[in-house]
Design a protein around this ligand. Structure first.
Ligand code: ADP
Length: 599
């Protein structure tokens, strides 16, 4: 913030200090020196005239202290504070706010000028144009025009007007140019009169002061956007700001600051009527800097990534933490999902393997069950097979005898050969059916005609028993109705039911061993009923009938019915057992879904 301070004046001040030390060394050396840095915006001499009475008054108020005034331009005052070369500062509100932000300076009093109604509303600016410039009526008209001002850092002489322009949408870049003419401030008016500027800005009241002195002809100027502020005695183009503060610094002794503040508030008005009062509110100055993005708020202009990073580091850190938390969460969830998927796959694989084992065991059990049926019936199977074989042998011997005796005719030989072939086919059929029934195989599904299924099962069953039981088969179902299933498995069920019925009738004389098979149902389902006239079962046995390993037979496995039930249920059907309404024995009913054969 360059505020020209002449080297000569500084030299003179130094000289004065050296002189003061030389002339009064013993008296002053005993007194503690308190240094007050004063902004001398109109030069040291003018400032000394204004402020020397203050130093004297403070000396009087605080005996034992010697107050020394030091005069600086804006920039030098800034450095003096930075280097702790002064203990107090008297400057305008603009610089005070900057010092407050940079070095923690604090105001302990504000100047009170009797000309203004409030110390908080004592400083403003005017923007003036030449009276004849009718084209310039409002602040907004200054876009593209040349503005004259004191200095870039001048508060009342520049920044205050800049804020007003900003408020009406005229930014610095929108101005044709800005010429800084330096102090004294009235030089801007000369720029205006000489035609080097279209408008000029200066501290409010200066215009009136100069007119009163006769330095200017006020009719040659016109104030733009004049504002009426109650209690303010001068023309104004801006809002008002607080008067100059008396500032204590970060390193200033607190007891001293307190003593000075007390002395200032108690002090009689200085020549000119100005006095010190309680500190005013400088928020309006903050607002100015913030709007213009200058001074303590200059960082707002810096939009580089680094600047944003410095400004909003907490946002970035927050975002980073959120991102990190999200990444950690995602990775954790992914990990858990992967782990659980692995577990699930393993469990599924184990379940599949267990299911496969169960299916294999079921197949094995079914196979064993079929073999068991065959095993139990095979004792009579051999006998059954001997019949066709004996017939074949008889036919063959009879042919040989006739050939030997010459009593044969071609018709006779052909007839005997046909009988032999028929018996051989019968025996072969029995063997074939048993072989296919006992084969290990994978379950299939196909449309089966219930009547045919039952008929084949009955034939196989009867072919293995001697003497065969009396089996009556009544088929009430049309041949067009079919069930979808594995024919071999369904036949296995029927064989099991017939074998159990046959077992249950062992106590009966062979002539009374009979069973009734009945096929019925409607279009949607098919029922196959197997009824015997055997020993039957009591209630306790009935309750456990379908349990695995429940058997009443000495050599029984107790698996047949439970396998039958699982086969029928795998065909979406039901297997139930009940006592017949009339007579002895048991009645087993298989119910299966059925449908009409298509094509
Ligand atoms: P197993 O024939 O090896 O005993 P099953 O599961 O086929 O095994 O039969 C279990 C039991 O059910 C038989 O032991 C028998 O006591 C009883 N049972 C089955 N069918 C009949 C039936 N038609 N009449 C009387 N009891 C029967």
């Amino acid at each position: 913030m360059p505020f020209p301070t002449s080297t000569i004046s500084r030299f003179l001040v130094l000289l004065a200090l050296v002189w003061a030390g030389a002339v009064h060394p013993p008296a002053q050396a005993a007194q503690a020196e308190v240094r007050i840095g004063v902004l001398a915006y109109q030069g040291e001499q003018a400032a000394a005239e204004d402020w020397a009475p203050l130093a004297a008054a403070l000396d009087r108020a605080l005996p034992g202290r010697h107050f020394v005034l030091r005069y600086f331009g804006l920039q030098d005052l800034w450095h003096a504070v930075e280097n702790e070369e002064v203990d107090f500062v008297i400057t305008h509100g603009g610089q005070y706010v900057a010092l407050e932000s940079a070095f923690g300076a604090s105001r302990i009093a504000t100047l009170e000028n009797p000309r203004f109604s409030s110390p908080g509303k004592a400083l403003g600016s005017v923007v003036v144009v030449r009276a004849e410039r009718q084209d310039l009526q409002q602040l907004a008209d200054l876009a593209g025009q040349r503005l004259a001002a004191v200095a870039p850092e001048a508060f009342g002489g520049y920044l205050v007007a800049l804020r007003e322009l900003h408020d009406v949408g005229v930014e610095l870049d929108d101005l044709g140019s800005v010429d800084f003419v330096g102090f004294p401030m009235q030089k801007v008016l000369q720029e205006l009169l000489d035609g080097r500027a279209d408008a000029a800005t200066l501290r409010a009241c200066l215009l009136e002061e100069l007119a009163a002195q006769g330095s200017i002809d006020p009719t040659r100027f016109r104030v733009l956007a004049p504002q009426a502020q109650q209690g303010f005695p001068c023309q104004l183009s801006s809002r008002l700001y607080p008067d100059w503060p008396f500032v204590s610094l970060h390193h200033t002794d607190r007891a001293l600051a307190k003593a000075v503040a007390t002395a200032l508030l108690a002090m009689a008005p200085l020549p000119g009527g100005v006095a010190w009062t309680v500190p005013a509110d400088y928020q309006e100055v903050h607002a100015l800097y913030r709007e213009l993005q200058l001074g303590p708020y200059a960082y707002l202009r810096d939009t580089t990534l680094l600047a944003r990073l410095k400004r909003f580091w907490w946002v970035f850190v927050g975002l980073f933490l959120i991102l990190a938390a999200w990444v950690v969460h995602t990775v954790r969830v992914e990990y858990q999902v992967a782990a659980r998927t692995k577990d699930l796959r393993k469990a599924l694989a184990e379940r599949d393997a267990a299911q496969a084992r169960i299916l294999a065991q079921q197949d094995e059990a079914e196979h064993l069950s079929r073999l068991s049926i065959l095993g139990e019936l095979s004792s009579t199977l051999a006998h059954e097979l001997t019949q066709p074989l004996a017939s074949i042998a008889n036919f063959a011997h009879s042919m040989v005898r006739r050939l030997d005796s010459g009593r044969y005719t071609p018709e006779l030989l052909a007839g005997a050969s046909r009988d032999i072939a028929s018996e051989a086919e019968r025996a072969g059929g029995i063997v074939q059916r048993i072989r296919s029934f006992s084969k290990k195989r994978v379950a299939i599904r196909q449309d089966c005609v219930p009547g045919e299924l039952v008929q084949e099962a009955v034939e196989l069953f009867c072919s293995m028993l001697a003497p065969p039981p009396q089996v009556t088969l009544v088929d009430r179902l049309p041949r067009s109705t079919v069930v979808e299933g594995d024919p071999l498995q369904l036949q296995q069920v029927l064989l099991n039911l017939m074998k159990n019925a046959w077992d249950a009738m062992q106590a009966l004389p062979p002539a009374q061993r009979r069973m009734d098979l009945e096929i019925g149902g409607d279009g949607g389902q098919c029922t196959i009923r197997v009824r015997d006239y055997g020993c039957g079962l009591d209630d306790a046995q009935m309750a456990r009938l379908f349990e695995s390993f429940f058997t009443t037979k000495p050599d029984g496995l107790g698996l047949g019915l439970s396998i039958c039930k699982s086969i029928i249920e795998a065909h979406a059907g039901r297997l139930v057992a009940m006592r017949p309404d009339e007579g002895p024995g048991m009645c087993f009913t298989v119910t299966l879904p059925a449908h009409e054969r298509t094509a």
